[in-house]
Design a protein around this ligand. Sequence first.
Ligand code: IMP
Length: 186
Amino acid sequence: MKLKVITSNPGKVAEYRRSLSDLGLEMEHLRLPYDEVQTSDLEEVVNKGMDEIIAKGVRDFIVDDSGLFVDALKGFPGVWSAYAQKTIGNGGILKLMEGVEDRGAEFRCCIGCDIDGRRIVVTGVCRGSITLSEAGSEGFGFDPIFTHDGRRTFAEIPIEEKNDVSHRGNAVRLLAEQLKKMGLVG
Ligand code: IMP
């Protein structure tokens, strides 16, 4: 079966291809802009996006939305992560966290999959904390200020290791489990 990955980010297509091709799923990149509703809930963003895409007549696709949720900032930047990354950046988050003792945070990734007329929505989480300063040059976005093991940031570990523990890796594993359980893949 072929699934369209609806995103403006070709890196995501490669990631899905790598992790889902074992299930016999073929991935195809489709750029199709859709509205991201204003809500603080990733699943709601994904579900509303899926409704809009289906209303345009497109079926058999994957969309996702992810973000960094900082405990002490009441979940900010959350669904506004891409905007926060572009505007205040990692330095801005560190500034907001100056003198804050509770540094707990988590990355979340919500994947919506429309397949064979059915809908699967899963959310993968990775718990960790915000570091005191930036470190590392791997990865992207908030990777240099997030650590899952309290020792190294996501920007200091190889991509394979990040995939083993990351929110996106966990979400893809949950999706694969659901697809198998529903008998939609071998
Ligand atoms: P989106 O899912 O592509 O919309 O991601 C939203 C934003 O969340 C990105 O622009 C990044 O700033 C941030 N983000 C999501 N996943 C990660 C990650 O794995 N590492 C670092 N930042 C991430």
